[in-house]
Design a protein around this ligand. Structure first.
Ligand SMILES: [Cu+2]
Length: 167
């Protein structure tokens, strides 16, 4: 596999969501983080928002190879999660995004991360209800175009997508 060297750490910013007693468990199938995880300081934080109009605030994120970044997604909407949940799913370059979104739609049991295409996922946030946030920490060791999307039913088709361009 071409992307074997990709390292990623998924950090659960659970403490940010006080009031959210029920823990969602659909986290990325990430390799265990090394024992000495780097300190949070110095890591660039990219803030992404998603709203009730099914829009991310940005569609392109540019990174450097080897740069560690923390992407924090916040659902700034007010509609209930069941009607207007949002997540941010980062996919490997070359993934058939339409096929992923199509498979994600009915995958309610896994918060719209389709089991059949899980191996195409670099990392993903939790599915977020209104005013919730979640973060993923990424470090890409290979340049490329890594698509991202919200995999809530129909949101990709309605434009909730973008690209992480790694140079
Ligand atoms: Cu969405």
């Amino acid at each position: 596999m071409k992307f074997r060297t990709l390292t990623l750490f998924v950090s659960l910013a659970a403490m940010m969501v006080a009031g959210c007693g029920k823990k969602e468990t659909a986290t990325a199938a990430a390799p265990a983080a090394p024992a000495s995880a780097p300190a949070a300081d110095g890591v660039r934080v990219i803030k992404v928002t998603a709203n009730d109009q099914m829009k991310f605030n940005l569609s392109t994120i540019e990174l450097k190879v080897g740069e560690e970044v923390k992407i924090t997604l916040t659902n700034i909407g007010t509609m209930p999660k069941q009607a207007m949940g949002h997540n941010l799913v980062v996919l490997k370059p070359g993934t058939d995004e339409t096929a992923f979104a199509t498979a994600a739609g009915p995958a309610t049991a896994t918060e719209h991360i389709p089991e059949s295409m899980k191996d195409q996922v670099v990392a993903h946030t939790k599915m977020l209800g209104p005013k919730e946030s979640d973060s993923i920490t990424l470090k890409f060791d290979e340049a490329g175009n890594y698509p991202f999307m919200c995999s809530f039913p129909a949101h990709f088709q309605l434009g909730m997508k973008g690209n992480i361009v790694v140079k």
